[in-house]
Design a protein around this ligand. Structure first.
Ligand SMILES: [Zn+2]
Length: 425
């Protein structure tokens, strides 16, 4: 962007001072008006204009006096390879939508997948996102690792696996090769594994993922149909598996709730010989009762709540605030572009604004979920996602409207602009 100063990643870089209508992060800092002083990608001062004063030496001033200035964002759950898939007609049922996505994926060529991932990364960048948890189909894995690294994105690309019924042996064999040593590391972005969901990947697949030493994510407790399937093996997901030829009767039901089911997988994986205790990043958790909430708070689970995706599928009353109050790390994701109302960006900025607007969530809570909580969930240093003194992953500015008070931030809808971009190494 032409008005973005070139910031050197260098401790002797000249200071850049940003004048903001207000400056805030997810750790409670909020200054209105505010000044942020950066040297390269290091915060050297943040506060009110009076407290910061005028930095010594040659200073480049950036005028963001009509904007909020906040840390770059984390999108902990998205599917970049679905960015250019045509919208699935409004589904009556979630499992019908899943069938539509499956068909669309099967019709994509390798180049379609690569173009879709690149478009997705560009939309993350347009949304001020500097770290991502991307869920990549097997054919998208390398394209996503490369595209994310090229954009300077940090985080993790989770290779998605489906292993149910007759596919379990082949899935387990493929996962044997997914060791941390084989996974490699594309600059700032790691590789992980995602069994798609408990209704599409067998318990043995989940336990192998949890023992692998790789970062693990999944979709969990997304709908009441999932609870029903795990309880007695019935309902729409059973029908879907039968229609795909993936039901062979080896699935064992009997879990009270998807959280109980996951607790059992975590216990089994850590109890196995050479078992590792690992955290798992679980997207959605739309269907949570009191008992599941109490159990969730005891487990090594990070939650990626995708507010707009939840609304798209008609889920109401997400219990993210109760989860946070119980000590669960809840971050934000967007899920795929197919569920979003922003054609030009894939950004948790719009999800945090939704929570402020719809639920009157305080700004600092919303920012915490969109920055430091996501960093924690992706294994990144959370201190790089706030305005404490020291290195910062990135900084963005968001143009404010007539009433630019921090509490009114949910009513804004503008795209962010970069003040300090992630480093591309
Ligand atoms: Zn998802």
């Amino acid at each position: 962007m032409s008005n973005t100063p070139k910031i050197q990643d260098d401790s002797v870089a000249a200071p850049v001072a940003v004048r903001a209508a207000w400056l805030a992060d997810g750790c409670g800092a909020c200054f209105a008006p505010g000044v942020l002083v950066l040297r390269g990608r290091t915060v050297v001062a943040a506060g009110s204009p009076e407290s910061v004063g005028v930095p010594g030496g040659a200073v480049t001033w950036v005028d963001a006096s009509g904007s909020a200035v906040i840390p770059a964002l984390v999108n902990a759950h998205t599917h970049l390879d679905l960015t250019l898939v045509p919208r699935i007609p409004e589904p009556k049922q979630f499992f019908q939508w899943l069938g539509g996505v499956r068909s669309a994926r099967l019709s994509m060529t390798a180049d379609d997948v690569r173009q879709s991932v690149i478009a997705g990364v560009q939309r993350l960048d347009a949304g001020g996102v500097a770290a991502v948890g991307d869920i990549a189909g097997t054919h998208a894995l390398q394209a996503s690792l490369a595209a994310c690294a090229d954009m300077g994105l940090e985080g993790c690309v989770f290779e998605e696996v489906f292993g149910m019924g007759p596919r379990v042996p082949a899935c387990l064999a493929a996962m044997e090769a997914m060791t941390p040593a084989a996974a490699g590391h594309a600059r700032g972005i790691r590789r992980g594994v995602q069994p798609h969901a408990p209704y599409s990947s067998d318990r043995r697949v989940f336990e192998a993922a949890l023992r692998s030493g790789l970062p693990v994510s999944t979709h969990l407790a997304e709908s009441v149909d999932e609870r029903r399937f795990l309880a007695d093996g019935s309902g729409p997901f059973r029908e879907l598996l039968e229609s795909f030829g993936l039901w062979d009767g080896t699935f064992s039901a009997g879990a009270r709730h998807p959280i109980d089911w996951m607790a059992e997988r975590l216990r089994a994986a850590s109890a196995a010989p050479a078992g590792r205790q690992t955290r798992v990043l679980c997207a959605h958790l739309n269907d949570i009762d009191d008992q599941a909430l109490a159990l969730l708070a005891t487990l090594p689970i990070d939650v990626a709540y995708c507010p707009r995706a939840s609304e798209f599928f008609g889920h109401a009353g997400h219990r993210y605030r109760a989860m946070r109050a119980a000590g669960v790390n809840v971050c934000l994701g967007t899920d795929s572009a197919l569920n979003l109302d922003t054609a030009d960006r894939i950004s948790t900025l719009d999800d945090l604004r939704l929570l402020m607007r719809r639920d009157q969530l305080p700004l600092s809570d919303a920012l915490e979920m969109a920055t430091v909580a996501g960093a924690r969930a992706l294994g990144l240093d959370p201190s790089r996602w706030d305005f404490s003194l020291g290195p910062v992953a990135g900084v963005i500015a968001v143009q404010l409207g007539e009433n630019g008070a921090p509490a009114e931030f949910g009513k804004t809808s503008t795209a962010p602009r970069w003040i300090c971009r992630p480093a591309v190494s």
